[in-house]
Ligand binder design. Structure first.
Ligand code: OGA
Ligand code: NI
Length: 364
């Protein structure tokens, strides 16, 4: 989540167990002013509305990805441009059925609508690995909270899924089955996208997938529930951050996701397109590409008209993966901009909250 990237699902929080200090949903129902705990400093507040969409963010069709060379070459070139220019884009014809996407949305919505006491049965445990339900923040040391409730699951590799599936909700009855199905489908899409991104860098198709741990890469799925907010100009659904992993795939039906376009010093809002999925690059792609591609800073704004639910799939390296700029891309003219590290050593950097741009800590 933010500083630690969203999913980031935060620190194993320490002493104070205030991971669910407020139900944001209850606050929203009460229609009172936004409590001070949620009021962001003036510099952090939103400057662009949730529905003021930027039409330039690329929308790429993956149709023909496995057919003729011409189709694949077109897609690789579009992906390369989108990664270099934006770090965020949308994909259509991605192979994940609208039916599965809708089922995931419906099940998550049913979960958030449960009474608070029920949701608290899944609350993130202080000190443990941050999985489960939280409200406002999953970090116990946050001064200012975000206008959201969240639910995080560890879904891959399968050894971890088998361990965690017993703590996933059983209501609605299809919750576990649909989540596992969505996880597998998005994992396949991620493998395809990493292949396209590798090719766009002039690397072998399986280069990035292998670099992040092959079949042992990790995946988390996060549902963010942003209730409508009486004063959306004062707060954020999710503070600005970069995602610390490899890539992120997001599903949304209502606007609110914004990316910071650094060269224009402007926040741009991603338009919800039925059936499309948003892809944003994480820190690991920025580092691996030696900053040819960018891990885009992004945030979520809320609104006073409607509630918003997003489903976010984080593809992360295996914790033992050795990361750093791809040697094949380096030369005298393009020396390494970051030092090498093991992925598990990256997380403490993110949690330290020193900079929004965690990768700066590795800059040479
Ligand atoms: C995230 C994230 C944005 C959104 O969870 O990391 O950036 O619109 N979410 O929910
Ligand atoms: Ni994010």
């Amino acid at each position: 989540m933010a500083p630690p990237a969203a999913e980031s699902a935060g620190t194993a929080s320490n002493d104070k167990s205030n991971v669910v200090p407020y139900s944001v949903m209850k606050l929203a129902d009460s229609k009172m002013d936004v409590p001070e705990k949620f009021v962001k400093s003036t510099g952090e507040r939103p400057t662009v509305a949730y529905n003021d969409y930027c039409k330039e963010i690329p929308v790429i069709s993956l149709k023909g990805i496995n057919s003729s060379n011409a189709d694949r070459a077109r897609i690789v070139s579009e992906i390369g441009l989108a990664c270099a220019e934006w770090g965020i884009f949308q994909v259509v014809d991605h192979g994940i059925s609208e039916e599965l996407m809708a089922k995931m949305m419906a099940n998550s919505l049913d979960f958030f609508k449960l009474p608070l006491e029920e949701k608290l049965k899944y609350a993130t445990k202080p000190g443990g690995f941050p999985v489960g339900y939280a409200s406002g923040s999953h970090r116990s040391d946050d001064d200012i909270l975000d206008w959201r409730e969240l639910m995080v699951h560890r879904t891959l590799p399968s050894s971890i899924r088998e361990q965690d599936i017993n703590i996933w909700p059983q209501f609605p009855v299809t919750y576990r089955e649909v989540l596992a199905d969505y996880s597998d489908n998005v994992d396949r899409l991620v493998t395809s996208l990493l292949g396209l991104i590798s090719e766009s860098l002039g690397l072998p198709t399986d280069y990035i997938k292998n670099a992040v741990g092959g079949e042992n890469t990790e995946q988390k799925i996060l549902a963010n529930y942003y209730p409508q907010c009486p004063q959306p100009d004062l707060t954020l659904g999710l503070r600005s951050h970069t995602d610390y992993g490899t890539i992120t795939i997001l599903q949304q039906e209502v606007g609110g996701l914004q990316a910071y376009k650094e060269d224009r010093d402007l926040w741009v809002t991603v338009e919800p397109i039925p059936g499309a999925l948003v892809v944003n690059l994480g820190d690991q792609i920025q580092i691996l590409s030696n900053a040819k591609y960018c891990s885009v800073e992004h945030q979520a704004v809320v609104n006073s008209n409607e509630t918003r639910l997003t489903l976010v799939v984080f593809a992360n390296p295996n914790s033992l993966s050795l990361m750093g700029p791809a040697l094949e891309l380096l030369s005298e003219e393009n020396p390494a901009k970051y030092r090498n590290y093991t992925f598990k050593d990256y997380l403490p950097i993110c949690y330290a909250k020193q900079s929004k741009k965690h990768y700066d800590a590795l800059a040479i």
